[in-house]
Design a protein around this ligand. Structure first.
Ligand code: MLT
Length: 259
């Protein structure tokens, strides 16, 4: 699967994978900041943004991880890179870490989790996917997610952040949303594999994340042999957008420690 991708800067490669149902433009602040020292690759995952959707209906997490490896191969990047992801992007980054460990020299897990869905959570996703496949609109899914994406502090102090994210979600085709919902519902529980991840890993979480509780992120970070945990005060599920300066500075510190 050929992915649309921003590719800016020179230096060690850093790949950033967006969340659901977003696209690569969510990383604008990181691209602008990091590309003076790193080669930053920011793809649209299959079916999102400007990337074509695959023929198969399900967008599996492992398949999307394989797409990232294919992207690296297509660019002739054989050596190990840093891969980071937000939420669904984090599930994909973890799949890459477990299934393609030789491609990684560092991992960034941002507002994400290692565990699979609960049975109820998976059932809800499958019901939502079925409704979309039956021709239903994406609006109910977007309306359900919107109040949970930003932290209460950001909603109060920076409400202007919301409309661009809502517009980004509205651009995602229903078939992509359904495929990714099915993919996330079927994803593996990676918790037991965390102790085997042999690269430095930075886990970033927002103290006001309403989708993935910060305690869960803190807890899975402790299972990583080379894990570091960074809470971002006053930010919700979208820390790279809500607190770009603090997130970028922390990522830079992590990347510098790898050099
Ligand atoms: C995301 O931000 O990617 C989603 O919240 C992931 C999910 O629904 O599990």
């Amino acid at each position: 699967m050929k992915l649309a991708c921003d590719d800016h800067g020179d230096g060690p490669v850093v790949v950033l994978l967006h969340g659901f149902p977003l696209d690569r433009s969510m990383w604008a602040a990181q691209l602008a900041d990091l590309a003076d020292s790193y080669r930053v690759l920011v793809p649209d995952l299959a079916g999102f943004g400007e990337s074509a959707a695959p023929a198969a209906g399900v967008l599996s997490i492992d398949g999307m991880a394989d797409d990232v490896v294919e992207l690296l191969d297509a660019k002739g990047i054989a050596g190990p890179v840093v891969v980071g992801g937000l939420s669904m992007g984090g599930y994909i980054a973890l799949s890459l870490a477990v299934r393609h460990p030789g491609r990684l020299r560092g991992l960034l897990l941002i507002n994400t989790r290692a565990a699979a869905d609960s049975p109820e959570g998976a059932a809800q996703r499958l019901a939502n996917a079925g409704a979309l496949e039956a021709g239903g609109p994406t609006a109910p899914i977007i309306d359900g997610m919107k109040p949970k994406l930003f932290g209460a502090s950001s909603l109060q102090t920076r409400p202007e952040l919301v409309p661009p994210i809502e517009a980004m979600m509205r651009r995602v085709p229903a078939a992509t949303m359904a495929g990714a919902l099915r993919g996330m519902a079927a994803r593996a529980d990676r918790t037991g594999e965390l102790p085997g991840i042999a690269v430095p890993t930075l886990v970033i979480a927002g103290t006001e994340d309403r989708i993935i509780p910060i305690a869960e992120a803190a807890s899975f970070s402790r299972r990583l042999p080379y894990g570091e945990f960074e809470p971002i005060d006053g930010a919700g599920h979208l820390t790279p957008i809500e607190a770009p300066d603090r997130v970028n500075a922390r990522i830079r510190r992590f990347l510098a420690s790898l050099d």
